[in-house]
Design a protein around this ligand. Structure first.
Ligand SMILES: *Cc1c(COP(=O)(O)O)cnc(C)c1O
Length: 411
């Protein structure tokens, strides 16, 4: 029996996790937990999910030996190519799993919240595939900034609700989605987009994303002949990181490192590094490490990468940090932006800004590792969605200094 079995029956990872939600939602969470545990062990469900992973999402994704990067850094760098998944990132792994589960549970309506729109697009995609009704809550402010993703969701047949309350961003969209769920819980499943929220979500999202690490572990043994020394992944809510970490948790020699959005620096209040710099608190239905003020108000956050710009992280990450099994660090916007350009030039792969953070840390870490170490990096998504934003940042800067636009590059 494996030594690592988390969470416990109540959904706790040590002192993190649990269910901090209105009483009216408890029966729905119980029903979901029961259904999930049933289908997790149902070979027919697993076979069907696997069928869609292979024929629809494009799994298994390749493990790529990044030769140019390896030569530059003096280590063997392997990339897990989640950027090659249908819709361009790992988020589809979770959306497919939860949408299929909802269908089995007889729920015909799906709701979700989305910030930058990536989770909304993945959810709308899975709903189109399975013929489910789809309604997405999105802050009005975010809808303006992410107009293209809003159009994608509409094309895919989803209804997008503009949330105008509060700051009109992700936090408010989440509150609206919860309100909808409380009202329509009999017919509706709520697809949460990362390993956050009340039990069973952190466990369920981890399990649906663990396919990343299961494949990567086997691929490492096949191609490199041994396990990596280090596994690196970016952490927003933490789903791509826990997905690649989980199958390595009992491999004691493998260092697991999560890289957060350090924004303008941890000495400012403009960052999103909840595991590196946060405290014990409650956010979106569970206990974890969160960014909050002294009187317990959730702080506003900043990251150049929308997917990392979230004031908390999944409870399992807080636990892995506490027991010393995983390490968490942060890199700044600037460092991530130069890594973004560096990866593109070195390997011909434009990474998502989220995983550019992991690459920025890879460059730093390389200086400390014994020569010839093996590092596995989760390339969680492609950067096409970020190109406009990065171009704007570079041109704005060039305007300010009246220089020719350039991107710097480390190493
Ligand atoms: C959403 C997103 C992330 C951050 O979310 P996690 O739940 O922490 O994985 C990271 N990378 C990409 C490409 C994303 O779209």
């Amino acid at each position: 029996m494996p030594a690592y079995q988390m969470p416990d029956e109540k959904g706790y990872f040590g002192r993190y996790g649990g269910r901090f939600v209105p009483e009216t939602l408890i029966p729905a969470l119980e029903e979901l937990t029961e259904a999930y545990l049933h289908y997790k062990h149902d070979p027919d469900f697993q076979r069907e999910l696997n069928y869609y992973r292979i024929t629809y999402a494009g799994r298994p994704t390749p493990l790529y030996y990044a030769r140019n990067m390896s030569l530059a850094l003096g280590h063997d760098i392997y990339l897990k190519r989640e950027d090659l998944c249908h819709t361009g990132a790992h988020k589809i792994n979770n959306a497919l799993g939860q949408a299929l589960l909802a269908k089995k549970m007889g729920k015909k309506r799906i709701i979700a919240e989305t910030g930058a729109g990536q989770h909304g697009v993945a959810t709308a995609t899975a709903c189109a595939l399975f013929g489910l009704e789809c309604e997405i809550y999105m802050g009005a402010e975010d809808m303006e900034r992410q107009a293209l993703n809003v159009f994608r969701m509409i094309l895919l047949g989803a209804k997008v609700h503009a949330v105008k309350s509060g700051t009109a961003t992700l936090k408010d969209a989440t509150s609206e989605a919860i309100r909808d769920w409380v009202t329509n819980v009999r017919t509706t499943h709520y697809i949460i987009g990362s390993c956050v929220g009340p039990h069973p979500y952190p466990m369920m999202v981890r399990d649906f994303q663990a396919v990343i690490g299961e494949e990567a572990r086997e691929q490492m043994l096949n191609y490199a002949g041994r396990l990596p020394d280090v596994v690196l992944a970016s952490v927003g809510g933490g789903s791509n990181a826990i997905g690649i970490f989980y199958p390595f948790i009992e491999d004691e020699g493998v260092r697991l490192i999560g890289v957060e959005g350090g924004g303008k620096g941890l000495d400012t209040d403009q960052h999103a590094a909840s595991l590196t710099a946060g405290e014990y608190g409650i956010l979106h239905g569970s206990a974890s490490l969160v960014l909050q003020t002294e009187d317990g108000q959730i702080r506003t956050t900043h990251s150049v990468s929308a997917g990392l710009d979230y004031p908390g992280s999944g409870p399992e990450h807080a636990y892995l940090k506490e027991i010393g099994r995983a390490e968490y660090v942060a890199v700044s916007d600037e460092e991530a932006l130069s890594a973004f350009a560096w990866v593109a030039r070195k390997e011909g792969i434009i990474p998502a800004l989220e995983c550019a953070h992991a690459f920025a840390y890879l460059v730093k870490l390389s200086a400390e590792l014994p020569a010839g170490s093996i590092v596995l990096v989760n390339l969680s998504g492609r950067g096409d969605k970020d190109v406009n934003h990065v171009a704007q940042l570079i041109y704005d800067r060039a305007d300010a200094t009246s220089e020719t636009p350039q991107t710097s590059s480390p190493g």
